[in-house]
Design a protein around this ligand. Structure first.
Ligand SMILES: Nc1ncnc2c1ncn2[C@@H]1O[C@H](COP(=O)(O)OP(=O)(O)OP(=O)(O)O)[C@@H](O)[C@H]1O
Ligand SMILES: O=C(O)C1=C[C@@H](O)[C@@H](O)[C@H](O)C1
Ligand SMILES: [Mg+2]
Length: 169
């Protein structure tokens, strides 16, 4: 699962894994366990560079997983070399949403403070616009299926993915 923050990678991925009876892994959860601290704490103490280094190392380690739904971090797509390698082993779903939807979901999610420290020194709306502009071509070329999430529930999105990949994948 790939896509910007708040598009539902964790939420939809968990439902999809349950339906497939596959394992579920979430890169942000794995990194949080590894650091023994939240993403916000890591970034505040050591900076984004430290988080990105661990993220790219984790992507390399995940090359061997099978029968697993993997919710990647929203920025993992920017590690293009690791991404291209990981892609050879799986089917990539890009969850997309309008900027307004993303902003609203991030604002409403009580976990945002821990999970999603600012990526830039811009306002939230400007940050979503500029980072989304940079990443959208990467999400497009780095995925096999794009789903618009604005008007569908996480359960409906998991169903849409299952219709494409099948239940006995
Ligand atoms: N299709 C949807 N409809 C409504 N709300 C949703 C939908 N998908 C996710 N949400 C809500 O949006 C918030 C963010 O979802 P989630 O944490 O799954 O996003 P994410 O893509 O994993 O974000 P991140 O990149 O930061 O890990 C959560 O509060 C979740 O309940
Ligand atoms: O979009 C991003 O760069 C990020 C998204 C989250 O999943 C986390 O991986 C972290 O907050 C960075
Ligand atoms: Mg997530």
């Amino acid at each position: 699962m790939t896509g910007f923050r708040g598009t539902g990678k964790t939420t939809v991925g968990r439902i999809l894994a349950a339906r497939l009876q596959w394992n579920f892994l979430d890169m942000d959860e794995l990194l949080t366990q590894r650091f023994g601290a939240s993403i916000s704490e890591v970034v505040a103490r050591h900076g984004w560079h430290c988080f990105r280094q661990s993220e790219s190392k984790l992507l390399r380690e995940l090359q061997t997983i099978r029968h697993t739904v993997l919710a990647t971090g929203g920025g993992a797509i920017e590690h293009q070399q690791e991404w291209l390698q990981l892609r050879q082993h799986g089917f990539v779903v890009w969850l997309d949403a309008a900027m307004q939807t993303i902003e609203q979901r991030l604002q409403d999610d009580p976990h945002s403070m821990q999970l999603r420290p600012s990526l830039t020194d811009q306002t939230v709306a400007d940050e979503i616009r500029t980072v989304l502009e940079r990443r959208t071509p990467l999400y497009r070329t780095g995925s096999d299926l794009r789903l618009l999430t604005d008007n569908s529930t996480p359960e409906q999105l998991a169903d849409q993915i299952l219709q494409v990949v099948g239940t006995d994948s």
